[in-house]
Write a protein that binds this ligand. Structure first.
Ligand code: C2E
Ligand code: CA
Ligand code: CA
Length: 276
């Protein structure tokens, strides 16, 4: 029901009823999906802005649904959050990505650094350190992408001690969707992230808006002067890539360079690059 002002509601019964039924069905299926190992990562390669060499791969959660095909995070992350299994999904994506990364290494392919998305729930988990210490994480090969919003509560002791632990394990800290939240740039930079990942919304109009170019350029200059790297996401065209590289961006990611791909497809791409 949509609230239209004092005591006035409008009901969209038919549409919302089917939507609700649909998400109810997915909810009960998600727990089963976790048991049946239906959640897995796809990989979107990231490129050095100057050399265009592959430097990383963002691991994006997918659900191989038995009847609906492959579902993206828009279909299940909210449900996962409601059911309290989002941190579990973050963890299993990391574990699977580490296995895939080891397979690349075994094949003699220079393995890209893997970037995983980490929910606030997971970053505040006091058991995160123990979980990570069980994994074989090589220094400098893994990156955690954290949303601006998780830093707003800087008083959270678990967050602070987990960030220290990430630094000790040489796991990079990236601030994801940078520029969309309400956190102050100074507050964020105080946390000494390895990388700022500028949100797609800020990147989109870089080719046609001088204001956006100035904004992005200023962010890059501040970050660089503090030794923080900058990644641009949502790089959709060669023009975007050229401009962002000229503005001093370090790493580029977007459909214009590579779409998210299955392990098999991304492995083939890495092999082709190796022999090229
Ligand atoms: P994100 O972290 O901002 O990830 C980038 C999203 O933008 C991905 O969508 C990717 O497919 C899409 N994208 C990449 N390049 C382009 C482009 O050039 N243009 C456009 N329009 N889109 C592009 P996806 O895979 O649907 O993921 C959506 C969001 O779900 C992610 O946004 C991230 O916040 C969340 N997510 C994905 N996997 C996980 C996970 O394992 N754990 C958690 N907590 N969140 C995840
Ligand atoms: Ca991300
Ligand atoms: Ca984003």
């Amino acid at each position: 029901a949509k609230y239209l002002g004092r005591n006035r509601y409008e009901f969209y019964v038919p549409a919302s009823r089917t939507l609700l039924a649909d998400s109810n069905r997915l909810s009960s299926e998600l727990l089963r999906a976790l048991e049946n190992d239906e959640i897995f990562p796809q990989y979107q390669l990231q490129f050095d802005a100057r050399t265009r060499n592959v430097v990383g791969a963002e691991c994006l959660a997918r659900w191989r649904h038995p009847t609906r095909g492959i579902l993206g995070p828009d279909k299940f992350l909210t449900i996962a959050e409601e059911y309290g299994v989002l941190a579990q999904i973050d963890g299993l994506i990391l574990e699977k990505a580490l296995i895939d990364q080891a397979a690349w290494r075994a094949e003699g392919i220079a393995p890209p650094k893997i970037s995983v998305n980490v929910s606030a729930r997971r970053l505040t988990d006091p058991d995160l350190a123990r979980g990570l210490s069980d994994l074989d994480i090589k220094p400098g090969t893994v990156s955690f992408e954290l949303l601006e919003s998780v830093f707003l509560d800087r008083q959270d002791a678990a967050v602070m001690s987990n960030l220290d632990m990430l630094r000790r394990l040489a796991i990079d800290i990236e601030i994801d969707d940078f520029g969309t939240g309400h956190a102050s740039i100074v507050g964020l930079l105080n946390l000494k992230p390895t990388t700022l990942k500028i949100d797609r919304q800020l990147i989109e109009h870089v080719p046609d808006s001088q204001e956006q170019r100035i904004l992005v350029k200023s962010i890059i200059q501040i970050a660089r002067s503090l030794g923080i790297k900058v990644t641009a996401e949502g790089v959709e065209t060669e023009e975007h890539a050229r401009i962002l590289s000229r503005l001093g961006c370090d790493v580029l990611q977007g459909y214009g360079l590579a779409r998210p791909k299955s392990f098999e497809d991304v492995t083939q791409m890495l092999r082709d690059k190796k022999s090229a």
